[in-house]
Design a protein around this ligand. Structure first.
Ligand code: MOS
Length: 738
């Protein structure tokens, strides 16, 4: 009997039952005996210093164990270059932003800690006015080239055709030009699971239960801040209730929890409130960006220009490089980008949902729609007319690129041919109906990764890597790839992840997990098979003892030689070994310097805008992607749909406006709007199946964040087609359409 490979099929998530029955333990659900509860005290001014804090009443409150403050600090350290915040909490009296952590109350119960926190009396000296506006501070300074922590792409570059003196000349010499400036306020991740930490020290070793996008990266950063070696910190993070970039960094709420647990010699649990998560756990930075396009009368690009000014919070860092898409999406002889940042006195920023490409593609793909209007060329034709087969910046060919097919297939599925090029001409009762399209693109990255594959004597297989499953399906991916590599049934495989003690895994950022981890699992499976055969020929109790290892063949969980066939479980029991395993590490090779590697999407959107109220509703959405080989069709569709929903939220709903005093205006899911079911139509997704065998032997590129990119531009372009109104300040709310 042949085992059918699960690769590419519709596979339910392997941990699905645990999740829907409540058996899955998220960070705050972990049972740790004897724990105390923490609650944070936050600053109520935006800039200045603390002149005094009266904690006597809080300390006297029922159940209170300790009150930490700048005047009774916790032992913590600053460390450069880790993935934690720039300020170390409770070490000085400085207030850097509104809502900064200025105290921690620890009590016997959560309620006691919260109530006592309200009793802390703080006096401040306000010092000047917080800097809050990107526009007022622009232009900023170019993002340092080493800002991403690895030799990343340049944050500023100009590529000119021979004989062209400057990018301004190239624009001036173009028959048609478009220049547009875009703005968006901060946005928040809004993971369903708020940030939670349980910290427990034993014999100088810390176990921390936390939702972490990269368990080992988290452990290393936390250890540095606590002043201990990385191997003394064990991060346990088997389930994460959404991350979206917000659970990569070690936020200061986790830091003070771990330090308090050490100080008290007792486990401490701290769950931030939803309001605190909006302030303390990062946001997508405010951003102003300008795109200039120069083209011929028939829309052939001659120059592409993109400059950006992003909020950089004074306390927390994530470089913002929105020209990621601009630098490579279209063929152009002249290209210029400059990505800058301005320092503001605001809560920490962080990466969020395709952090760079999402806002960048909104600007570029909106500007392309404006070029289509100006030249009278159909937006889809315009994209095909400027299709790039080599990177305009580096000249490299793509490892595999079928975006042109995505456009054509998507247009067909969606019915793009029915679109009226004249805005406002399709009317259905009180609704104006418009269609828009846009491209999405996300760089495909492979990082070094390790995995372990273990044959066990009960006939099961475990596959492990210290990656994280934010709800994306990474656990299921591990199991599928191991089952495929070993030719065994998926039911016999269990996957382990979300633990810093496992073989080194890549963090769940940048959509790199699948692309990086699949080769490691495959290599570990090959090595585990080799180890199994070695055991079979060497162990005296093995039925294959003394044979040449090349005469023993592995197939679908069995070893065979000379007509004799033994399952791996039988072999392991015969020799008395509970398990045989292998750990393998893989890394990308020279292909990364020879090819451009990206995943691609074509988005098509229909919106209906109410003629009287201006209310915009997305009524149809079709997206076709090229992501290489598909591991799990069900997980892929979920990820694609999720990304499109993020795009719709980005376009129409999500905003956290900055008040002049430095307060982020929204701090609950009632006033920060994310799409709900009523906002989302049936979404049509489709994927091409072109394994990218340059990227990896298996051929699967990342796709987690792909469809967030460009989908908001498709919505905005459809709104324009419906109404003739071009909105460049997100989100596109009804007040802007009447
Ligand atoms: Mo993601 S926003 O790259 O964690």
């Amino acid at each position: 009997m042949t085992t059918t490979s699960p690769v590419g099929a519709e596979i339910d998530r392997v941990e699905g039952r645990a999740k829907v029955t409540g058996a899955a333990r998220y960070a705050a659900d972990q049972r740790v005996n004897g724990k105390a509860y923490g609650y944070l005290v936050q600053s109520t001014i935006g800039l200045g210093s603390i002149s005094s804090m009266n904690t006597a009443q809080a300390l006297a409150a029922p159940g209170v164990i300790a009150v930490y403050s700048p005047f009774n600090p916790l032992k913590l350290y600053a460390r450069q270059g880790d993935s934690a915040e720039r300020y170390v909490p409770l070490q000085d009296d400085k207030v850097r932003f509104r809502g900064q952590i200025i105290g921690l109350v620890v009590a016997e119960s959560f309620e006691q800690a919260r109530d006592a926190a309200a009793l802390v009396r703080t006096q401040y000296r306000e010092e000047g006015h917080p800097r809050t506006s990107v526009a007022a501070a622009a232009p900023g300074t170019t993002v340092p080239s080493d800002a991403v922590g690895y030799p990343g792409p340049p944050s500023k570059n100009t590529v000119l055709a021979p004989g062209v003196a400057s990018i301004d000349d190239a624009l001036r010499d173009s028959a048609v030009t478009v220049e547009s400036t875009f703005y968006q306020d901060p946005q928040n991740h809004c993971a369903m699971e708020p940030h939670a930490t349980i910290a427990e020290w034993r014999d100088g070793r810390l176990t921390v239960y936390v939702g972490a996008q990269g368990p080992q990266q988290y452990a290393a950063a936390l250890a540095g801040r606590l002043g201990v070696e990385s191997d003394r910190v064990h991060v346990v993070s088997p389930y994460v209730g959404g991350g979206f970039g917000g659970k990569y960094k070690v936020w200061n709420d986790a830091l003070v929890t771990a330090a308090a647990a050490r100080d008290l010699g007792r486990p401490v649990k701290l769950v931030v409130s939803r309001e605190q998560a909006f302030i303390l756990n990062g946001h997508r930075p405010a951003l102003q960006q300008t795109v200039k396009l120069g083209a011929s009368h028939d829309g052939v690009l001659n120059a592409v220009w993109h400059e950006t000014d992003s909020e950089d919070s004074v306390v927390g860092y994530c470089p913002n490089l929105p020209a990621e898409v601009t630098r490579a999406l279209y063929k152009t002889p002249n290209l210029h980008f400059d990505q800058r940042q301005v320092t503001l006195d605001l809560p920490p920023i962080s990466s969020m949902r395709a952090p760079w490409a999402t806002p960048g593609a909104f600007a570029l793909e909106t500007a392309m729609d404006e070029l289509a209007v100006k030249t009278g060329v159909d937006p889809l034709t315009l994209r095909l007319r400027n299709y790039a087969t080599t990177s305009p910046e580096t000249g490299r060919p793509w490892s595999s690129k079928h975006l042109d097919e995505c456009y054509r297939v998507g247009a067909e599925r969606f019915g793009w041919a029915d679109r009226s090029p004249v805005p406002g001409t399709r009317v259905d009762g009180e609704w104006l109906v418009g269609m828009g399209m846009a491209s999405g693109m996300l760089s495909a990255t492979r990082a070094p990764a390790s995995a372990r594959v273990r044959f066990r004597d009960d006939g099961t297989v475990t596959v492990a890597s210290a990656i994280s499953d934010l709800g994306t399906g990474a656990t299921t991916m591990l199991a599928i790839v191991a089952a495929d590599a070993l030719g065994v049934s998926l039911k016999t495989v269990s996957a382990e992840l979300g633990d810093s003690a496992l073989p080194p895994g890549v963090p769940a950022i940048g959509s790199i997990v699948t692309g990086s981890t699949v080769p490691a699992v495959q290599a570990a499976a090959r090595d585990a098979i080799t180890a199994l055969i070695t055991l079979a020929v060497q162990d005296a109790a093995s039925p294959f003892h003394g044979k040449n290892s090349t005469d023993v063949h592995y197939q679908e969980g069995r070893l065979e030689a000379d007509g004799r066939s033994v399952s791996f479980a039988q072999l392991l029991r015969a020799v008395g070994n509970p398990a045989v395993e292998a750990i393998a590490t893989t890394a990308p090779g020279a292909e990364t310097t020879r090819y451009a590697m990206d995943s691609f999407a074509a988005h098509f959107c229909e919106v209906r805008v109410n003629r009287y109220t201006g209310e915009p509703r997305v009524s149809r959405f079709t997206t076709v992607v090229d992501v290489g080989r598909v591991v799990n069709a069900k997980a892929l569709r979920s990820q694609l749909v999720g990304g499109i929903i993020f795009g719709i939220g980005n376009a129409l709903l999500e905003v956290n406006a900055i008040e002049d005093n430095g307060r982020l205006a929204n701090s609950s899911l009632a006033d920060y709007l994310v799409p709900v079911n009523a906002d989302i139509p049936a979404i049509d997704t489709h994927w091409l199946d072109y394994p990218d065998t340059v990227f990896s032997e298996f051929g699967s590129r990342g796709m987690g964040e792909l469809t967030t990119v460009g989908s908001s531009a498709a919505v905005g372009n459809a709104v324009y087609n419906a109404t003739g109104i071009r909105i460049r300040d997100l989100p596109i709310t009804l007040d802007k359409l009447i």
